[in-house]
Design a protein around this ligand. Structure first.
Ligand code: HEC
Length: 152
């Protein structure tokens, strides 16, 4: 009795997961062309940002194999879409209003997101990226604020 129940719920689960794969969302793995990058203060800063931030904040997303599998694909698609909208290191030819929060977002542990642990940086790399992003895109209280004042 119990065995039959396990078997049939297992089959139903498999069918549901298979059916999810048919939904069209999450498969648009586009990488629009790189229009312009910021003037990086050093190649090291770019390298670290590429490692920790580019998957969600550039047009050079490396789409992993599991980005093809629902429902993970939906989460990834949403992250990349929202991430690029907020901050896109490949589209520096348009205003990047929140760029000056980059260094701070790392310091506060907000970025990269906790559920993206493989992008987390070790102490020295983290420091270097915080410093490098501060120098490249400005920081709150530094160039960031000046930019804001300039805009008004
Ligand atoms: C796994 C995807 C992902 C990675 C990796 C990632 N971000 Fe984000 N980031 C997001 C998303 C999604 C948002 C939009 C959050 C929202 O709208 O609530 C965001 C927002 C931001 C913002 C806007 C301010 C804010 O907090 O909303 C900044 C600045 C930022 N990220 C910087 C970075 C930096 C710097 C890195 C690399 C160290 C990084 N992010 C790595 C997904 C990511």
């Amino acid at each position: 009795m119990l065995k039959r129940w396990f078997l049939s719920s297992g089959i139903i689960l498999i069918l549901v997961v298979l059916a999810l794969q048919l939904l069209p969302y999450g498969r648009d793995h586009s990488n629009p062309s790189v229009r312009q990058e910021p003037a990086w203060d050093s190649p090291q800063t770019r390298e670290l940002a590429a490692w920790a931030c580019f998957d969600c904040h550039s047009n050079q997303t490396v789409w992993p194999w599991y980005s093809n599998i629902a429902p993970v694909s939906w989460i990834i698609e949403r992250d990349v879409r929202k991430g690029r909208k907020k901050l896109n290191f490949s589209e520096w030819d348009r205003p990047q209003e929140e760029a000056d929060e980059s260094a701070e977002s790392i310091q506060k542990g907000k970025m990269p997101p906790w559920y993206y642990p493989w992008a987390h940086l070790s102490g020295a790399d983290r420091e270097a990226l915080v410093r490098g992003l501060g120098a490249t895109v400005g920081e709150n209280g530094g160039r960031g604020e000046e930019k804001e004042r300039f805009r008004d």
